[in-house]
Design a protein around this ligand. Structure first.
Ligand code: SF4
Length: 329
C-alpha cells in the first residue's frame, strides 16, 4: 500500500487536451505526464504558445468551451482522479486543494468592485462562512501576503493599486483556502524586475509557511534556477525533457532545452546572453511529422523528420525525447 505521506500530491498521466476550430480538431497538449511531490516546487517551461497555460487550465478543469480533455488523460490529486470528477466536486477542489495565480491581475479582478469584497467573495465560493467571517479571513490573507494597511486596501478598487499590489491580491485570494498546490502561471511577467523578485520571494515564503507544492509556469529560466526543485520542458504541446533543476542547468540533454538555456538571461542576471532559437514554434493544428522540433533543430538527423521520439532515460530521474539520445549520441 502506498504511504499517503510519500505518495505524490499530483500525478498526471497522458494529459491530452483537444482544441476544436471551425475546420479541424487537434491536440494542443499531447500525452503530458507530470508528477509533483508534497511540498515540491516544479516548473513547466517553454516558449509562449507551447501549451503550458493550457496544461494548467486542464489540471484545474477550467478549459474554454472549444477545448476538452481526451483519453488517456488521468489527473490524480491526493489519490483522487480529477478527470472524472463532476463540476460540483471540481469546484470544491479548486481553491481548497489547488489554486491558480494568473499572469494579469487586471483581467482577473473586477474593476468596479472593492478589493475586500472580491477577496471575501472568492473565499465564500469555497467555504461555508458568514460574510463577516470571510471578510476577517480576507483581511488575514492580505496580511499574509505582506500588504501594508490591509484594512485600508480592502476599501480600494483595483485601479488604485500598483501592478505588484494587484498581484499580491490575487495571491491572497489563491492562498486564502490554504491550497495544497499553487499553480502560478507566469505570475511576474507583467511586472518590472525588482517587483518580480519580491513576488517570487513572497510565493516561496508562502509555500514554506503553508507547506504547499507549487507548479510554476514560466518561460524565464532565471526564475526556474532560483525557485524550483524540478523542471519539465515543453515544446509544441509535448514534454521534451524532465530533470532536477541542477541536472537541467548542468547538462541539458534535449537540443530544445539547450537552445532555451542559451536564449535566456544568464542566471545571475548580470549578463545578457541572448541567442535566439532559429525559426518559430509550429502551428499545432498542423504539427510537423516526426520530432516536432526537427524544423528548428540544429543537430537533426535524417530519422528526425520521420520518427516521433520517445523518452530516453538518462538516469538520475532525467529523461528527454530525442532520437540522438536513443542512438547514444
Ligand atoms: Fe533534434 Fe532529432 Fe533530437 Fe528532435 S529527435 S531534438 S530533431 S536531434
Amino acid at each position: 500500500m502506498t504511504d499517503h505521506a510519500t505518495a505524490p500530491l499530483l500525478c498526471v498521466r497522458g494529459l491530452t487536451t483537444t482544441l476544436r476550430t471551425d475546420t479541424s480538431e487537434f491536440d494542443a497538449v499531447s500525452d503530458v505526464s507530470i508528477t509533483i511531490g508534497r511540498g515540491e516546487a516544479v516548473a513547466l517551461v517553454g516558449e509562449s504558445g507551447c501549451g503550458k497555460s493550457l496544461t494548467a487550465l486542464s489540471l484545474m478543469r477550467l478549459l474554454p468551451s472549444v477545448a476538452r480533455l481526451s483519453p488517456p488523460t488521468s489527473v490524480t490529486f491526493d489519490g483522487v482522479d480529477l478527470a472524472t470528477q463532476d463540476d460540483a466536486e471540481m469546484r470544491k477542489a479548486r481553491g481548497r486543494k489547488m489554486a491558480m495565480i494568473f499572469q494579469d491581475p487586471l483581467t482577473f479582478l473586477n474593476p468596479v468592485m472593492r478589493i475586500g469584497d472580491q477577496v471575501t467573495e472568492a473565499i465564500r465560493v469555497h467555504n461555508v462562512l458568514t460574510k463577516a467571517e470571510a471578510s476577517q479571513l480576507a483581511l488575514e490573507s492580505l496580511e499574509r501576503v505582506r500588504i501594508t494597511a490591509p484594512a485600508q486596501v480592502m476599501r480600494y478598487y483595483p485601479h488604485q493599486l500598483s501592478g505588484g499590489m494587484r498581484q499580491r491580491i490575487l495571491i491572497a485570494m489563491a492562498i486564502s483556502c490554504k491550497p495544497e498546490l499553487l499553480i502560478a502561471d507566469e505570475p511576474t511577467t507583467a511586472l518590472d524586475v525588482t517587483i518580480q523578485a519580491q513576488i517570487m520571494d513572497l510565493l516561496a515564503d508562502l509555500r514554506r509557511e503553508l507547506g504547499s507544492s507549487m507548479l510554476l509556469i514560466t518561460h524565464d529560466m532565471g526564475l526556474v534556477a532560483e525557485y524550483v526543485d524540478r523542471v519539465y520542458v515543453m515544446y509544441a504541446g509535448e514534454i521534451v525533457e524532465e530533470a532536477s533543476v541542477f541536472d537541467l542547468f548542468a547538462a541539458p540533454k534535449h537540443p530544445y532545452t539547450q537552445a532555451l538555456l542559451k536564449s535566456s538571461l544568464s542566471v545571475d542576471r548580470r549578463t545578457e546572453v541572448f541567442e535566439t532559437i532559429a525559426g518559430v514554434p509550429p502551428n499545432l493544428a498542423n504539427a510537423p511529422k516526426g520530432c516536432r522540433f526537427h524544423p528548428r533543430c540544429p543537430v537533426a538527423i535524417e530519422r528526425c523528420a520521420r520518427e516521433h521520439p520517445g523518452f530516453t532515460d538518462m538516469g538520475n530521474a532525467q529523461r528527454a525525447r530525442c532520437l540522438l539520445l536513443e542512438e547514444g549520441a
